[in-house]
Write a new protein. Structure first.
Length: 144
């Protein structure tokens, strides 16, 4: 069986979050959708469960982080091109999201992100396989 990843995010208003991500082109699996949760399809093996706060709280003994004030996770998605990155950010802003930094162009990698309606950070990046020179170049550009 292929490993799948399910990122779980608490959302204040499930219907608003669904509408937001639909405007970005994401689809949802109705089999895992009800009034408390939905399964957003990112790729064949990558899913994001958007959960109401009460549903999310069933899975953790900890308090839910207010993503508009603290960051617990950065979700990064690869895109097919710089233009796709920019288009997704434009759609996110038009749907009610906001940006938090300027685009970053490292030559071999281009990144830009947005915050969704609940303040969760979505980093989008395009990495041009033709311009990657070495592991050292990646480390220098990204600080890793």
């Amino acid at each position: 069986m292929t490993t799948q990843i399910f990122v779980n995010l608490p959302v204040a208003n499930l219907q608003h979050s669904i509408a937001f991500f639909q405007q970005l082109g994401f689809q949802f699996n109705p089999q895992f959708t009800d009034e408390t949760a939905t399964c957003m399809i990112v790729a064949d093996n990558i899913f994001v469960m958007l959960l109401t706060h009460s549903k999310f709280q069933e899975f953790t003994p900890n308090a839910i982080c207010d993503a508009t004030k603290s960051t617990e996770v950065l979700t990064c998605l690869s895109m097919d091109s710089k233009e796709t990155v920019d288009a997704m950010v434009r759609h996110a802003i038009a749907a009610g999201g906001k940006t938090y930094s300027d685009p970053q162009d490292h030559g071999f990698m281009y990144a830009q992100g947005f915050q969704d309606l609940d303040g969760h950070i979505w980093e989008l990046m395009y990495m041009d396989p033709n311009t990657i020179q070495s592991t050292e170049t990646v480390a220098e550009a990204t600080g890793v």
